[in-house]
Design a protein around this ligand. Structure first.
Ligand SMILES: Nc1ncnc2c1ncn2[C@@H]1O[C@H](COP(=O)(O)OP(=O)(O)OP(=O)(O)O)[C@@H](O)[C@H]1O
Length: 256
């Protein structure tokens, strides 16, 4: 397999507590890889280390074979590695369409100098961004609410819009952290359908942390089980779900 993300021997402690313990993970290009594990297993910490919002104590993260361990999150973003975020508070008054239009980095319209020197070009680029944003709304099925402030959207619609924001960039690897939480079943179906289409039609690789096992089962292959900051097991969901140690550590812990 060709790993697009290669996490090598990562360690991370908080105070005296070792949270990620010599952990190595490879994410295959073009996969939708799930990550599960009991509460406190270190999933979010590892995510933050991959996304660049947290520095490991040691170890290396590679993107396409290139070390990115010391790159800040915004530079990883420009390389196509990004995570979805809740629509930030300051964007909640902007419409769904405007939220998408805010995404492209280095918009010409934001540069005073180029505004002044090349207003025609700025207008053309803005029209192009608007057209792209409209296409994204059509793709994710939110055309109906294009002019609604994002703050008025339902939880599920906000998640779809977050996913849409990744389509306004040159995303290659998208990290999804608990996006099923608080989403009704119908919209969850839309969300899953869109993730599959982005994977199939646009070649996105996804890494998905999720407590919703139904979503993991429908979407992810392989599934990585993290426990106590290490990979306990990796494989297809059927294999993972029937593994005695996983039942004990994860499903046992959940049903307890
Ligand atoms: N900034 C921090 N400072 C101190 N301890 C932290 C910090 N971030 C995480 N931890 C601790 O690290 C451990 C792993 O947390 P993490 O959030 O990565 O686990 P998780 O697998 O994502 O859990 P959950 O499924 O509950 O979200 C926990 O014991 C948590 O309390």
């Amino acid at each position: 397999m060709t790993p697009i993300i290669d996490v090598c021997n990562i360690r991370k402690s908080f105070g005296g507590l070792t949270v990620i313990d010599d952990c190595s993970v490879r994410i295959a290009e073009g996969s939708i890889t799930g990550m599960i594990g009991p509460n406190g297993a270190g999933k979010s910490t590892l995510f933050n280390i991959i996304a660049g919002s947290l520095a490991p104590d040691s170890g290396e993260v590679l993107l396409d074979g290139e070390p990115i361990t010391s790159l800040p999150a915004h530079l990883r973003f420009h390389k196509g590695l990004l995570r979805t975020f809740q629509i930030a508070h300051e964007f909640s008054h902007l419409t769904a369409l405007e939220n998408l239009m805010m995404v492209p980095p280095a918009q010409e319209g934001e540069r005073l100098f180029s505004n002044w020197l090349r207003p025609g070009r700025v207008r053309r680029e803005e029209a192009e961004v608007r057209r792209r944003a409209q296409e994204v709304l059509d793709f994710i099925g939110l055309t109906r609410v294009r002019n609604e402030p994002a703050g008025n959207l339902s939880g599920g619609q906000k998640k779809l819009l977050e996913l849409g924001r990744t389509m306004m960039t040159e995303a290659r690897v998208v990290l999804l952290d608990e996006i099923a939480a608080g989403v009704n079943r119908t919209l969850l179906g839309d969300l899953i359908g869109n993730i599959e289409r982005l994977n199939r039609e646009m070649g996105y690789t996804f890494l998905v942390i999720e407590h919703d096992m139904d979503m993991i089962a429908r979407l992810c292959d392989p599934v990585i089980v993290l426990a106590e900051g290490r990979v306990m097991l990796e494989g297809p969901i059927e294999e993972v779900q029937s593994h005695p140690e996983v039942i004990e550590a994860y499903f046992g812990a959940q049903s307890a």
